[in-house]
Write a protein that binds this ligand. Structure first.
Ligand code: KIV
Length: 311
């Protein structure tokens, strides 16, 4: 864990200087941010992967700056210790420098401390403009999902010598423009190692092997919350979807068999009101199919832990 998660501390965070790899995870809402922060991540990325893992789109191109503001604000409300980076979505930094700075500022006003954008040398003027407005920028090279159509699909990048040379040029152009870190997505391990060794700022890999200065995974991938086939670089640390289906099936079963909620999980009228109700409406009718001494079958009996503070 980085002791102080600030941009200057991150900018010089190179594994080659004896520091441990940086830990970055995505989050898209307040409970997710609390979980990621509780796990000790250094950086929370409110990624535009939001489009695919939360909003149900097939690619990231559909997500808007308003979507990103909404979810960045939710993450920021958790007040995490980790640095919050907001992803600039497709077309929010392509039109003009002024438009780019305004969009980056929207994510900062939503609670991000920095923004991320995809692309290399051709995005350098936009990076400079955002940094001139005092907003730190993280770069993103290799597989850049916002270019899915131009790249011909979600494919490993940097597989030929010319592509590696272009990747190195792009990485240096971003560093010259002032980025404090660069995400390297889906490039061969050897290429990621070369880029990492040649840069003064940290690389954060996803599908780029272990030699980067940090690693990032998407929240839903790490927790096994998706049922899609995961790419080979995803390691699942939990079976979140299966566990959730099992738990909620128990709830459905408890409801259908009448054992949820139990009497102990119900509020009761005081004696005075109970008497008044009998006077006004007569004795309460029998409780239908609800067993007289219900016993919950599910694990959860934690009354009041959910939507309300009532106990
Ligand atoms: O949007 C995202 O989640 C990302 C990570 C994969 C780096 O850009």
């Amino acid at each position: 864990m980085v002791t102080s998660v600030t941009i200057p501390a991150l900018r010089s965070h190179k594994v080659s200087t004896g520091k441990p790899p940086l830990v970055m995870l995505t989050a898209y809402d307040a409970p997710g941010a609390r979980i990621v922060d509780g796990a000790g991540a250094d950086i929370i990325l409110v990624g535009d992967s939001l489009a695919m893992v939360v909003l149900g789109y097939d690619d990231t191109l559909q997500v808007t700056i308003e979507d990103m503001m909404h979810h960045t604000a939710a993450v920021a409300r958790a007040k995490p210790r980790a640095l919050v980076v907001g992803d600039l979505p497709w077309l929010s930094y392509h039109l003009s420098q002024e438009d780019t700075v305004r969009n980056a500022a929207k994510l900062v006003r939503a609670g991000a401390s920095a923004v991320k954008l995809e692309g290399g040398a051709k995005r350098a003027p936009m990076v400079r403009a955002v940094i001139d407005a005092e907003i730190p920028v993280m770069g993103h090279l290799g597989l850049t999902p916002q270019s899915v159509h131009a790249l011909g699909g979600f494919r490993v990048q940097g597989k030929e010598a010319a592509a590696v040379a272009a990747l190195l040029d792009d990485a240096h152009a971003l560093v010259d423009a002032g980025v404090f870190a660069i995400v390297l997505e889906c490039v061969p391990r050897e290429v990621a190692r070369l880029v990492t060794a040649s840069l003064p700022v940290p690389t954060i890999g996803i599908g780029a092997g272990p030699d980067c200065d940090g690693q990032v995974l998407v929240f839903h991938d790490a927790l096994g919350l998706q049922d899609r086939v995961a790419p080979k670089f995803v390691r699942r640390y939990a079976s979140g979807r299966d566990d959730a289906v099992t738990a909620l099936s128990a709830f459905a079963s408890d409801v259908r068999s009448g054992v949820f909620p139990s009497d102990a999980e119900s509020y009761h009228a005081g004696e005075d009101l109970a008497g008044v109700l009998v006077d006004l409406y007569g004795p309460a009718p029998a409780a239908g199919h609800v067993p007289s001494s219900p016993t919950p079958t599910s694990a959860g009996t934690d009354v009041g832990s959910g939507a309300t503070m009532l106990v």
